[in-house]
Each structure stands twice: as structure tokens, then as C-alpha cells.
Design a protein around this ligand. Sequence first.
Ligand code: WTA
Length: 635
Amino acid sequence: MSNDGFNPNTGDIYHPSPETVAAAHIKDYEAVYQKAVDDPLAFWAERAETLSWYQKWDKVLDDSDAPFYKWFVGGKTNIVLNALDRHQTTGRRNKLAIIWEGEDGEKRTLSYWRLSQEVCKFANVLRSMGVQKGDTVTIYMGRTPEVVIAMLACAKIGAVHSVIYGGFSEQAIADRIDDAKSRVLVCSDGAWLRGKIVPLKENVDKALERSPMVEHVIVVRRTGHEINMEQGRDYWYHDLMSLPVASNKARTEVMDAEDPLFILYTSGTTGKPKGILHTHGGYQVYTSTTLEWVFDIKDEDRYWCAADPGWITGHSYIVYAPLILGATSIIYEGAPTYPYPNRWWKIVEEYGVTILYTAPTAIRGLMRFGDAWPNRHDLSTLRLLGSVGEPINPEAWKWYHRVIGKERCPIMDTWWQTETGGFMITPLPSVALKPGSATRPFPGIVVDVVDEEGNTCAPNEDGKLVIKTPWPGMLRTVYGDPERYKAQYWSAYKEQGWYLAGDSARRDEDGYIWVIGRIDDVIKVSGYRLGTAEIESALVSYKDVAEAAVIGVPDELRGNVIHAYCILVSGATPDDALIKALKEHVRHEVGPIAVPTSIEFVDKLPKTRSGKIMRRVLKAQAQGLPVGDLSTLED
Ligand code: WTA
């Protein structure tokens, strides 16, 4: 839900309890923040020292070719060395890494030892298929342990994974495969969601008709329904894993700190999705530090990040950081309300979850069913809660705090992005909270709210969120398009050398940041990041549509929903049947999450003289707000 239109600063402040502060890794935020500001390189070097390296770095930061920053230059490592290998010689090898529950009730656990064995086996499978260091592998699966195994196996052999969220379909998959140039794709036959099968393999088959680059498809059996297996192209995962080549010992590739770890596609202002590139060295330091300090991970914790591994939240905080810290994670496959709205609370009770990290949209969705569902369960193990993906409205924050956290658990409202790798603006457990504010920057992060010229905005004045200094978890480039990396993130405040986040925000008198929402053509639907361009191009690929524009319209539950305007080709009939057909078409092309809630047929769209659609005008009109400055409008 957008914070737009109201001042969420209600004056409420929630102070941490003395017990919370006493237990926290960082008890004095101000002191640590100051230390990091005074000497950022020493600060990050000290953090990097907590991890294992094959060879130590020569230089913490090389900024000679900014904005192409390099971290821990000369260092040799592999994120798998830290996420798995180093645990195998300690008591951690016996600890549960993953506790998994399928939506259908199936259960599995993997110790650190077992997970490492599976990863070795799959690493050998990939190697036997000719996957080498630097090659990209596309992964398209539901939430099962195999997605984690596949990601780690790639990292282990130095391959670059590109995970596509299971909610995307044909064209979206094809575009991402083509851009990443993957020869190998790992998927599952399907996934369970709300009691139904998501036909993942079918989507892959259709995508591959458009994207013939893929030579091998490895299919994990999850749902067991009938699927097409193309001879010579498709292989069952379990068959490959039982071959002699899939031995449970595999060498971890020695990587340069700056070698690529993964690409994750995300929506930008215009055009095709961008492949955000992260690397082994800086990313491992940044994600593990932020998770350790913000969620205060301890050995006895049972930590549950309820996101999807196919988004950055899953990459950083289901897969990599928890494993680096040796944590025990819960992964649940399906919908929070299946078969009943108490599914999540049952999981918390059954597994004794201590930390729950989710999105405002999920909280609002569960809040709708009332307090009785959570109240039927023992949630007393919870000690910390988290939120991510969009601004959390104070009402949802307070419900989460009162009904789920029993007024005992602080809420870590973490602001960050695919591009930032990890949390950027976030409380630590020892920081006082204000519902709806992500509070203050993480130690080592310098943020500001500025106007067009780069002047710091006055307290409570809207401005653009910028990050003023580099950090180890930052994206390194847009895959295959360094110019786009510069243009998108570093051109707005080029002289100053600041990173433009793409969000608007305010800072209050206490220095607390209130993120308002995107300032570009990115729409957040249920916390999922979607680009207008991808949805519009799906709409115009339909024979009856000449032109299309989509906007996000604020929605109580989902934050935003998509509203589409279409200009039809002459002769097409603007009726309900066409609306239905268009929705179906977008579902097939981009995915269910991208389907417009409403479609309106129009004769004209507001455009600038250079032909750019003025979505700002459409948005204002749709909400009945003043349309603002129209001087650049063509007509
Ligand atoms: C939004 C998700 C307010 C923001 C990790 C950002 C948030 C975009 C918050 C990145 C939050 C994320 N409060 N807004 N706590 N967290 N956002 O790349 O607009 O999927 O720019 O990364 O989500 O979305 P992405």
C-alpha cells in the first residue's frame, strides 16, 4: 500500500524492551553507524574477516572506474565455501539447514551435511553436461529444496544462475533465457499453489519454442502429473542424480571476489527486463552482515523468510545469508491461506519459528481473516518480525505487532532492492520503531532525500532517495549492458556520483526515512516488482490492440493493482469478451501476477511531443487527482 496522500508519521514510537537490546548483536546503533562512517573500508574489511577466503584481498574497494566499483579486489573465495563447505568440519554439519513443507503436507529436512552432498551431486551433473565457470544456467521452479540445491550447485562450479520466478510465463521466460544466453535450464514439473498445480514444465515447453537456445532441460519431479519430456533435451533430475557421475564429492571452484554469482531479472523504467548482476565476494559479506545484525540470527533460531527464492529476498535471505550464518530456515511451498487461513500460524507453532519475515501484502491478506485464526495457535516462540517489498501501512504494522508479535516482537521494516543485494534502510532490534518507517540506514550506508538539484530536502519534504557511497552488496552492472547500468542508476546525479534508487521518500525530524513509492514506471503488485513495458508489450502483441498503457492504481490489499488502457485496431470490438481474452493473453505471456485488474478501451493516450506516454497523467486521472503540469502534453 502506498504511503501517498497521508502523513504516516503518527507520532507513535515503539521502544525495544531491555531484553531485546540485551540479546541484540548490535546494542548501540549510533556508535556502530558512526564507526562505519568514519572509516568505511576498515568497517567492511572487518566484516569480511568473519568469512572464509582462499586468499585474502589486496584492496577493499577499487573506485578508479566508478560507477563500476570493485570490492575485495584480489580476494579469492566462493560463496559456497562460506555457505556450505566451512560448516562441514564443525558441529554445524549436523544442524538442519532447511526444514521444508510442501503445500500438500509433504515434509523434508536437510542437514548442512546432507545439503552439501546434494549440492556436490548436482554440481557434478551440471559439469557432466558441460557447464563451465562463467556459463549461465536458468532455474525456474517452485519453492522446493531443489531450487536451493540448483542455485548452490551453480555457484559451486562458478556458473552464473538466473532464477526466474515461477509466477512468470512464456514470453517472460523466453526473454530472460535469451538475454542470459542459457544452454541449460533446471525446472520442476509443477508446483502446488492453492491446491492446484502450477504447470511449470508446460510453460517451459512453450517458452522454448520461442527460445531455441536451451539444449538441456533438467526436470525435478514435484507434482508427478503427466508432462511432456522431449527426448534428447529433457532429463529427470532424479535419473541424473543417480548416475555414477553424480558423486557426492565435488570441488568448489576458486572464484575471484568479483566473479559473477548470479543474474536476477528485474523491471526497469522502460524496455526489456534488466539482468542485475551480483558477485561472490561483496555480496557474501553484505548479505551475511545485514542478516546477522538485523534479524539477530542465533544458533537456536528457526528463521522463516516466507518469500520466493525467485526474487532477491529469497536469493539473499532464504538461500545465501542464512546458510552463511549456519541458520536453520523454514521453506514453505504454497499459499498462506491453504487449505485454511491458519496455515502459516500452524507452521510457526509446529516448527517453533522464532523469526518471521514477510511482505505487507501477505500481512494485510491474513489480517482480513481476523484475529481468531492466529489466536488459535501458540506463537510464543516468535521473537522478531520483518517486512519487505513495499511501504507497510501503519494499520497492518500494528496488527502484525499486536496479533502476531503479541506486542513483544519488534518489526524490522527493511527497505532495499534487487540492485542493493541486501537491506539498506532498516531498523536493528535495538532501534526504536515508528510504524510505516524503515527507520535509518544500515551501518556503512549513506542515504539522503534530495531534490532535483541534489539539495537535501527539509524534514518531511518529499524528495528522491539516493545512496551516496558504494557498498559491498551493490549490483555491479546490468548483464550485457553496462551503458544501461550507468544511465539508469548513476546519471541523475552524475556529478555527485550518487546512486538513484527510483523511490521517493521523506525524512522526518528524527532522521527516520519514510519511503513513499516508485517514481518511475515500476509497479509493485503484492510486493512483486513489475515493469509497465513488459505488460504493455504483451497487450500490443494481441491482434486487436494497437497501443497500450498500464498504470498502478492504489489498492487496499495488494498495494497496487494494474489498470490498462488499450487503443484498438479499427474493426476490433471493445467488449467484455475482448477484456477476458486480453487478460488471458497477459497471463500466458508474462504471468498471472501481471494480469491487469481492469482494462479500459480508449481512443487516445496522453503523450509528450516526443511520443512518450504520460502515465503520470493517466494515474492522476484514474485516482481523480489533479493532473498537474501539462505543458509537455502533445495535444
Ligand atoms: C520497494 C525487494 C518501502 C521500493 C527487496 C523498492 C519498499 C522496491 C520496501 C524494490 C520497504 C522494498 N518499504 N518500499 N520496506 N522494500 N520496497 O527489487 O519501491 O523487488 O525500490 O526488491 O520495492 O523491489 P525489489
